[in-house]
Design a protein around this ligand. Sequence first.
Ligand code: ZN
Length: 389
Amino acid sequence: MVSPSPYDDRSSVARFSRGPGAGSQDVRVRLTERGVAIEGVDGEAPLIWPYGALTIAEPLSAQSIDALLSYSYQPGAALFVPDKIFARALMEHAPQLTLRARRMRSARPWFWAAGVAGAVVAGIWLSGFSPANALARMLPDKAREMLGDQVVASMTNGRATCVAPAGTAALDAMTAKLSAAAGTGQRFKVVVANWEVLNAFATPGERIVLTRGLIEAAKSPDEVAGVLAHEMGHGIELHPETGIVRGIGLAAATEIVLGGAGGLANIGLLLTQMSYSREAEREADRHALSILKGAQVSTDGLLSFFDRVAKMEENDGGTGIGVLRSHPQTEERRAVVAAAERYAATPALDAADWEALQSICTVTEGAETVPSAPPSPRPSKPLPGETDT
Ligand SMILES: [Zn+2]
């Protein structure tokens, strides 16, 4: 029997997600006799997660300030409760989630619990549950936007952004068309940095940074659209947020979830040093293909971008530029795009808007403290580790 704890007539605010891609929502949780009751999910009756089938990202202890829970019978779903009183009360109801229980299991490997723990770990692995990705999905939109602003600021630090009105209007129109085709309801914001390297980054909060070098290197609006669609794919899968949670650790990310803004000053650096896994790139390419199809923009743009990058590497005497060095799988990715189905397409921008976009850096805004090279016929090397495309 479980003794009543002072918590038992309270409830806590929490974030709930049904699974990858499902987004997350605010809910209330309660500890009941049957299990954790999750109230307010899609306006339905409360979900009950029985205590015995709960698993946790970080075991509970007296120092716990939150709990990131998953449930064996609802693979992929996650519940984040940023409440230390809840976390402590949960220890009484679900002692298997405590640090003590984990220590006992590891101290006595012959103990049956070890087998159970192994099964649970295998179950988590099979269901693709990743604490970092689950926590990324828990980040409130406000926190993701805040992170995105920080990252954009630190990436463009000392560099002006390109804001020629006609070019900005053309870029916004292209972004809106592709966002709508993504069909996730997300509204991406794209910033062009006055930076001669060829580069593109997705950042948290649906922000994307393109460089002047990328726009100058592109031979058609469809190439820019292809790169944008790929970066949107990273954004849809919350790859930048997940990378940051992995990089700074669960505890610091929890602070962000709780709304603390401190200590984020250098978070942009973290993202610039991150490279995505092969699977993440595949996911982003899959989204890119579907976004381009939805917007009726040809995938040839993405293909010629891959080709251009490959050619630049050859011209570079084999030392490689960042785009390929960090993406050895470019050949394989190119093949997937090349094999994608064909459909009727129109250019991502008409001739006048494309010309306007190419001139977007004729008007700039913000401090230019880093000496900027004059526009070059061929973009120079990205800095090591700074590329994601
Ligand atoms: Zn990428």
